[in-house]
Design a protein around this ligand. Structure first.
Ligand code: BEZ
Length: 224
């Protein structure tokens, strides 16, 4: 029996790989160059939810590129199949072009290596399909976020852009983003920030929310 690969953790080096895609063979690291990447997988070509997702990402390309993030999709079908499906995606999404690659993982090598197979979701031949995995990889090729959704639930790509905004903000400022944060909203001061460092780090000031414990850990600040 094939042993499952151990899942990647946040902060792990994302493995490099070579793959055939809808735009030719790529070396993942070379393709990323100095950008971030979002690699997202799909159960199969020519399926309804996947079609909505790939069309949505195609429409959001300017938003991803504004953030320095290159999208790349993956499903366990061939390049030929992907090329045919892209025409459907363009038609469904009323897209003049389709500007990102789809990896052809028809041998399920990456799906297995990156633990993306869903044992409960089988194709007509009884083979497991890939779930809707999302990997966000930074320019140093470190995994910054991973999410797994089942085949029956399409992803919210506004949420994925929101997460990228949070990742990119919090890597340089001493803040974390609270529940339902949106770009420009109040942020939380990191618990590790000492009181004496506050004026320097947060010239716009902070507010401490009183709670019964009196521990003073709920500190907000305008988005730096
Ligand atoms: C879909 O993309 O619609 C889909 C694919 C596999 C299983 C369920 C839904």
């Amino acid at each position: 029996m094939k042993m499952p690969c151990s899942p990647l953790n946040i902060g792990d080096q994302f493995p490099n790989f070579e793959a055939e895609t809808s735009v030719g063979k790529i070396d993942f690291y070379d393709w990323m160059n100095d950008s971030w990447a979002i690699l997202f997988s799909h159960p199969a070509d020519f399926t309804p939810v996947c079609t909505t997702e790939l069309a949505r990402v195609a429409a959001l390309i300017p938003e991803f590129l504004k953030r320095g993030v290159k999208p790349i999709a993956l499903s366990c079908d061939t390049v030929e199949s992907h090329k045919g499906w892209i025409e459907d995606i363009k038609s469904f999404g009323k897209l003049p072009s389709f500007e990102y690659p789809i990896i052809a993982d028809d041998k399920r090598l990456l799906a297995h290596q990156l633990s993306m197979l869903d044992k409960d979701e089988l194709n007509a031949d009884g083979l497991p399909l890939t779930c809707r995995a999302v990997f966000i990889v930074d320019e140093k090729k470190k995994l910054r976020l991973s999410i797994l959704y089942p085949a029956t639930t399409g992803r919210n790509f506004d949420e994925i852009l929101r997460v990228i905004d949070s990742l990119q903000l919090t890597q340089t400022k001493s803040v974390a983003t609270p529940a339902d944060w949106q770009q420009g909203g109040k942020c939380m001061v990191l618990p590790t920030v000492k009181g004496e460092d506050v004026p320097n780090l947060f010239p716009k000031g902070i507010e401490t929310i009183e709670v019964p414990s009196g521990k003073g850990y709920l500190r907000t600040t305008p988005q730096p």
